[in-house]
Unconditional design. Structure first.
Length: 197
């Protein structure tokens, strides 16, 4: 295998290939190039190890992030159990985590016009900070952000309301939206009649 004179795919194209969010023709082009380009073949191998690692981290409770739909799609293909919620600014939701959930995902809808990055803060009803993230990139034209929390972390939360505040990063820290999760704890599924010997 040698490096060819053909232009290497961009990082974005390789990421799309990794998450399968690419046309079949582009996938074939990238595969053909990687077959002849040692550098790109190595990058695709590393991307596959990263994909497997992210799935393992999600299951272990080590992933807490704002993610893209492409990442969610890949987690689903890897068999990661994801529970979904969606909220508009000012809304609240009754929520819980089941014993077989790996990741909880919330689609946080809002007006992010003119905002490049946001800070997110989760606060318990008691006033104590539960979690935070800073400098979260906001794609141009975005009308929602996708927050992923490990189910293992959510299982440790007290059964009280948790308020999420999104602020514009930087100087003015303008509040963009607030959402409330009425956390009902960790739930166990009752065994079905099919589970009995």
């Amino acid at each position: 295998m040698t490096t060819t004179g053909t232009a290497c795919p961009s990082f974005g194209e390789l990421a799309e290939y990794w998450t399968s969010d690419i046309t079949p023709a582009d996938a074939e082009r990238i595969e053909a190039h990687a077959f002849t380009c040692e550098r790109c073949a190595r990058m695709l191998e590393e991307a596959d190890r990263l994909r497997a690692g992210i799935a393992a981290l999600a299951r272990s409770g080590s992933v807490q992030a704002f993610v893209t739909d492409a990442v969610l799609n890949q987690l689903a293909r890897d068999g990661v159990r994801v529970r979904y919620y969606a909220l508009n600014p000012g809304e609240s939701v009754q929520c819980a985590v089941w014993s077989d959930d790996d990741v909880l995902v919330t689609r946080l809808r809002g007006d992010f016009t003119g905002v490049d990055t946001v800070d997110a803060e989760l606060r318990l009803d008691s006033g104590d900070e539960w979690s935070n993230a800073t400098g979260i990139p906001v794609p141009a034209g975005a009308t929602e952000l996708v927050m992923a929390l490990p189910a293992a972390l959510v299982r440790t939360a007290p059964q009280i309301p948790i308020r999420l505040t999104l602020r514009a990063s930087g100087g003015n820290q303008q509040v963009l939206a607030e959402y409330v999760f009425n956390h009902e704890g960790a739930l166990e599924r009752a065994p079905s009649s099919n589970d009995r010997g």
